[in-house]
Design a protein around this ligand. Structure first.
Ligand code: 13P
Length: 287
């Protein structure tokens, strides 16, 4: 059964580890992430961007697929199905379809409008036991068509949004979606500490988890980050493993063209990436 992200993130905050949000693109992705979470006895959040939602045939199809896999694969660890960087309207569509968690990315609105929309959404979602992630400041780079300038979040604005009853807060601290450029200045830990001071107990979310060095991940967790989003790294791992299979001509040997064989190396590569992240984030055996 899908669960809200609230309990797992509060537990992670108290236990000083983070729960990974891994974005899904199709059945292989979803199955690989769910099985890895189960094998490692880890809670997990499946992230769905609006673009991925369209790609997979809509939110109802995703809810059906995820619930079906949880049942069919005997997944018993806590799983949240979460809209990633959602619009206001998109968040309502996901709630309607049966998601257990939504992100409303109101960071491109003026703070007053972000507050107004977040307030309404939080009230409606909380009434159904659905967790809500809000965003202040913006995550740099591009995530499935959502482009951010990468501003550092203002702690006072973070407090205003946290005080609305938000479940978890994404605050820009120099993190970027996609690969980090060679001249990246790193995460702004001073900003993170100030945000944490302003928002108190609120579990913080670190977007752009791909390519953040291990020491920075650990420091971010020690400063209050309880959810870390990873997307690009699974895509890179899948693509590399698939390329190797094809370049080695394995699709031309026997029935190597069978999709179950052709997609297997990429599937295993996603599993390995997710396991590595769960170990780094400290969520193994925390289900
Ligand atoms: P990456 O693609 O950089 O891992 O970021 C994922 C993310 O933050 C999803 O919201």
């Amino acid at each position: 059964m899908l669960v809200s992200a609230k309990e797992m993130l509060n537990k992670a905050r108290d236990g000083k580890y983070a729960v990974g949000q891994f974005n899904i693109n199709n059945l292989e992705w979803t199955k690989a992430i769910l099985l890895t979470a189960q094998e490692n006895n880890s809670p997990v959040i499946l992230g769905v961007s609006e673009g991925a939602g369209k790609y997979m045939g809509g939110y109802d199809a995703i809810v059906g697929m995820v619930n079906g896999l949880i049942k069919g694969l005997n997944i018993t660890v806590p799983v949240a199905l979460h809209l990633d960087h959602g619009s206001f309207e998109g968040a309502y569509k996901c709630i309607e379809a049966g998601f257990s968690s939504v992100m409303f990315d109101g960071s491109h609105y003026a703070i007053e409008e972000n507050i107004e929309k977040s307030t309404k959404l939080i009230a409606d979602a909380n009434a159904k036991g659905i967790s809500v992630e809000c965003e202040v400041g913006s995550i740099g780079g591009e995530e499935d068509g959502v482009v951010g300038a990468g501003e550092i979040a203002d702690p006072a604005e973070c407090k205003q949004i946290a005080d609305l009853g938000t479940t978890m807060l994404a605050a820009g601290i120099g993190n970027i979606h996609g690969k980090y450029p060679a001249n990246w200045a790193g995460l702004d830990f001073n900003a993170l500490a100030k945000i944490k001071e302003a928002v108190g107990d609120m579990p913080l979310v670190l977007h752009g988890g791909t390519g953040i060095p291990e020491d920075m991940i650990k420091k971010a967790i020690s400063l209050g980050v309880a959810k870390i989003n990873v997307n690009t790294e699974c895509q890179l791992a899948f693509a590399e493993a698939t390329r190797k299979y094809i370049e080695a001509g394995k699709d031309l040997e026997g029935k190597g063209f069978d999709p179950r064989k052709l997609l297997a190396p990429g599937f295993e590569a996603i599993k390995a990436t997710v396991k590595e992240k769960m170990e780094l984030f400290g969520s193994v055996n925390q289900a």
